[in-house]
Design a protein around this ligand. Sequence first.
Ligand code: GLP
Length: 321
Amino acid sequence: MALKVFITRDYEGMSDMAYVSLSIDLIRKTNIDGAPFNLGLATGSSPVGLYKRLAAYQHTFDPSLMETWNLDEYAGLHGKMPADRAAHKESYYRFMCENLFSKLEPKLKDHHIPKGYRIDAGEMEHAIRKGIETGDVTLVGKDNGKAVIFSQKCTDEYLRKIDAMNKDYVKSMEDAGGIDWWVVGSGEKGHIGFHESGIPLNNDMFLVQLDENTRRNAKEDGHFGTYEEVPRYAMTVGAGGVARLSRNVMLLASGERKTEAVAKSLIDPITDEVPISILQRYIGREGSDALYVIDEVAASEILGRKKQLAGKGIELTDMRQ
Ligand code: GLP
């Protein structure tokens, strides 16, 4: 029923707090109620500590009642066949298998990751260029990252296939009754998944042309050898989709790269320039929580603003003592 911010000393403290917050519902639902638990997931270094803890404490809940949905996946990683692209060292499919799925026993009830591995970069980019010429494709966004939006009358088979994959993905979450908790990270400009800064907040899921800043960070963080190797497109659940489909959300952020986006997202009004600001929609939302679990560096611009945030209905708890 609130937007709450928990500030921890460091990354390990952030991961401990994230596990404790999530495990309350996870244990209650799977072990006590024997009910399914629908979990939204993200990639990146922010949730890795939480995934380690989920693997370490898996005896306290029942993974076979858990079904997961990831936020996003690159579209058009290098590789000739879909299987090669799924096995690419930077595919989110592989990241999730290595960091969580393969470590759980019993296995998850099911896991879903947007099927970016099915997409061939050459074919997709050709179709997009053609679509822009015919008016069937519009690039939407005020900043460098753009949502690739298809018109209703778009007849290109490749683009229709991508559109259908996104729609099916959203439907699978709706059919499952929505998401109980979604764990998300943030990009430098406050993006969720690959919902880049400047893209309107209304779409549930879309194909995105990535911001240079996101691609540069992927190269700088050592994920790709060169900037050119970083895919130019991805499929992502949008910030609006997360807020609509998930009863609760937990944002994890640590380090200096996140400081400004964290502050803007809490202090300024909701804006598509900082997609994570959409979590303000959880203020006063019945039966739903949004938690920021962040380290003191990411929190450095909000530490002295407890009263100001309280005035907006945001609770700030300093857990460093
Ligand atoms: C990528 C991912 C996001 C992730 C972000 C930050 O853009 N698509 O889901 O939140 O990186 O990653 P990190 O947690 O490594 O800082």
